[in-house]
Design a protein around this ligand. Structure first.
Ligand code: SAH
Ligand code: SF4
Ligand code: F3S
Length: 503
């Protein structure tokens, strides 16, 4: 069995306690969780689907279970409990998970039932008890706000042989006091969850149903998690939320903190910590926030601004709350206040009632904005949503596919052109680790979130390195390292991106 390395680092105190024989006793556990912690030496394997929030949530689940005495394993074959942290955003996301559940069921049968299966996250929340009818042999079904209850639910399912379910959504739960186990982390970049849920109700989207209402996490707990990450040597945080820039926290004294203010405060924890966030809604991208990007050198010059569509009538039917013109004005403002800002987006092809002209409006909007990166999807009807109830999913599958392909082709062209324009420039790159293709090369990211590969020489993971860009593909920049630097140094010389002599 392979234990997760980071766990040992994070929990040295507890490991020492256990070795010394003075680990918390059972009575304490009972008081804390309301059950007998009989996890024994059971090993848990967690598999994560969906967005970054789910990755972070899996870390929270790992932390909760570890606290109850479970071990974490990276090997499903070694596990006594397999948990799938699921996504429900599109039908094919759910399909993938059902296929995986089928395989796990077969494994459970091979082991004569000696394997517990859990479904967590958005699909659990969407389907609730129905999931038990549809998917045989699942032992626990746990929604995204009920992870503190997981040890009890596993215990109950084990003791009774009956499935245990908790899918209650809570307006309060932000897991503010739980440091997630960062077991898949590269030790350089970390996620910090700052808000949960979404109040927007875009007509196509299932998230408000699976994640519930928005709730922001207290500022102090966010700042202390970031400080802890600085101490552990992390160099980049990505603040997370389903609708991250609608963050708004009012403390007990009535003082209120906006998202822009929060980003500013996070950026002041350490000048060497890069700050990113995901995923933001255009309606909450304020001038105040753009000025934080402009004024704080360690707040990255990159904004993900999901537009979804380029036609105002479609945007209205999607209930996105902005028009094409308002969105375009916002991107112009971002480019004006933050020169060189990199923009990315999400796009949906083939939404209900989309005409050929409306689809072309998406292409022309892309031409105007010139995104560096985009996540592009075919519309997938989701049960419960307003669109599923009120609109007809009437764009034929082959038309959806063709429109999606046109969007992808155009985006690839834009990304390639944008990357080609980087040749000759120097970027400050944060080294995340070795490149996928070769151990002799490092992979890192520019401030503008572009991936860069270069020969590793004597540089180390976590270094900021000035890299000259020599070549590119449509997805990656290829460069030569010039020298090690710091973010402060880069800011002083105003050389996060410079255009020096040609390569
Ligand atoms: N909160 C984020 C999006 C989270 S979901 C925002 O508002 O931008 C991530 C992306 O999945 C969305 O931006 C959208 O492009 C896509 N998506 C959501 N529901 C979808 C559906 N029913 N069909 C296809 N794509 C969908
Ligand atoms: Fe879904 Fe819209 Fe909320 Fe994003 S803002 S999570 S697309 S409802
Ligand atoms: Fe999927 Fe839930 Fe994230 S539906 S995209 S895992 S919020």
């Amino acid at each position: 069995m392979e234990l997760i390395e980071d766990l040992d680092v994070l929990d040295e105190d507890r490991v020492r306690q256990r070795e010394a024989g003075d680990a918390p006793d059972e009575d304490l556990d009972r008081a804390k969780h309301g059950y007998d912690a009989t996890a024994g030496d059971k090993q848990v394997y967690i598999e994560t689907y969906g967005c970054q929030m789910n990755v972070n949530d899996s870390g929270i689940v790992a932390s909760v279970l570890e606290e109850s005495g479970y071990g974490l394993t990276r090997d499903a074959d070694e596990a006594d409990v397999v948990l799938l942290n699921t996504c429900a955003i599109r039908e094919n996301a759910e399909q993938k998970i059902r296929t995986r559940l089928g395989m796990l069921r077969a494994e459970k049968a091979r082991r004569d039932g000696e394997l517990m299966l859990g479904v967590l996250g958005c699909m659990a929340e969407r389907l609730r008890e129905k999931l038990l009818e549809q998917e045989d042999l699942v032992d626990v079904v746990v929604g995204p706000d009920a992870y503190r209850d997981l040890p009890r639910l596993l215990y109950e399912a084990d003791a009774t042989g009956q499935a245990a379910v908790n899918v209650e959504l809570s307006k309060q739960e932000t897991y503010q006091d739980i440091q997630p186990v960062r077991y898949d982390s590269n030790g350089v970049s970390a996620y910090v969850s700052i808000m949960r849920g979404c109040d927007n109700m875009c007509t196509f989207c299932v998230v408000p149903f699976t994640r519930g209402r928005e709730e922001s996490r207290p500022v102090t707990t966010i700042l202390s998690e970031v400080s802890q990450l600085v101490e552990e040597g992390y160099k980049e945080v990505t603040l997370l939320g389903q609708n991250v820039n609608s963050y708004h926290y009012t403390d007990e004294n009535g003082a209120s903190v906006s998202f822009a203010e929060l980003v500013d405060r996070v950026s002041r924890v350490s000048p060497e910590m890069r700050v990113r966030y995901s995923t933001s809604h255009p309606k909450d991208c304020t001038d105040e926030l753009l000025k934080v990007h402009r004024d704080r050198p360690n707040v990255c010059n990159y904004i993900h601004l999901p537009v979804q569509h380029g036609n105002t009538e479609v945007l209205d039917r999607m209930r996105r709350t902005y028009t094409r013109e308002e969105y375009l004005a916002l991107t112009e403002r971002a480019k004006e206040l933050c020169p060189g800002v990199s923009l990315s987006t999400d796009l949906i092809a083939g939404f209900c009632g989309e005409t050929e002209e409306q689809h072309e409006d998406t292409l022309s909007l892309m031409e105007q904005v010139r995104y560096d990166h985009a996540y592009m999807f075919k519309y997938s009807e989701r049960p419960q949503t307003y669109a599923a109830r009120k609109y007809e999913d009437d764009v034929p599958e082959d038309t959806k596919q063709r429109r999606l392909e046109e969007i992808i082709t155009l985006q690839n062209q834009h990304a390639k052109e944008s990357n080609e324009a980087e040749i000759g420039r120097v970027h400050t790159v944060l080294v995340e680790g070795t490149s996928k293709k070769s151990d002799e090369q490092f992979f890192g990211r520019t401030d503008t979130n572009k991936g860069v590969v270069f020969d590793r020489e004597d540089y180390e993971k976590g270094d900021y390195v000035r890299v000259r860009i020599d070549d590119c593909t449509s997805s990656t920049l290829l460069g030569t390292a010039l020298e090690k630097t710091t973010l402060e140094e880069a800011a002083r010389t105003n050389s996060i991106t410079t255009t020096p002599v040609a390569a």
